[in-house]
Write a protein that binds this ligand. Sequence first.
Ligand code: URA
Length: 216
Amino acid sequence: MSVVAHEIEGVSVINHPLIQHKLTIMRKKDTPSVVFRALIKEISLLLGYEVTRHLPTELIDIETPVTSTKAPKLSGRKLCIFSILRAGEGLAQGLHDLIPSARVGHIGLYRDHDSLEAVEYYFKAPNHLDERFCLVVDPMLATGNSAIAALNQIKKRDAKEIVFLCLLAAPEGLRALRKAHPDVPIFTAAVDEKLNEIGYIVPGLGDAGDRIFGTK
Ligand code: URA
């Protein structure tokens, strides 16, 4: 089985063996940035495969070199991948490769190190969000503050159909996000044990942004 329901309603864990194996390498503190980046991209393709499983398709008429036939193409709402900067870029780039026709929105939030609250500094999104399927990505769902703030901003611009995708989640973040946005399903590759006193996921993988961009 590759997608299992978590005990928290609305949370699905994508526990495919390939994803779990790659995630283990990412967790190791000695894994270099170049490998970390390659792995997050590979995982994003695998996560994207599951998260988009229910996208509707329609049959269109095509000509193969052999004959005329009907074949499926994606239909329905257009997609928008929302990257929560900066770590969201790690997942968003792979997803954009997988779904090149998707639009990409960016939300800049930083975490105040004292209050752990999310503060917005940037927002850029395509128009007609109400007509789009919005896939909001951030590798780490820790306190949930950034994700909650991001979803608040996206909903303010009329987005109706939203899914949140992360790599690792803390139970605290899952509960907070579900409480604030019960209409938004959450997909994650793993649910870790807890948050530590400075808001890091335990056992986690450290600061995802620093590990992707080699800033530490
Ligand atoms: N953000 C990260 O990058 N890592 C954590 O463990 C928590 C939040």
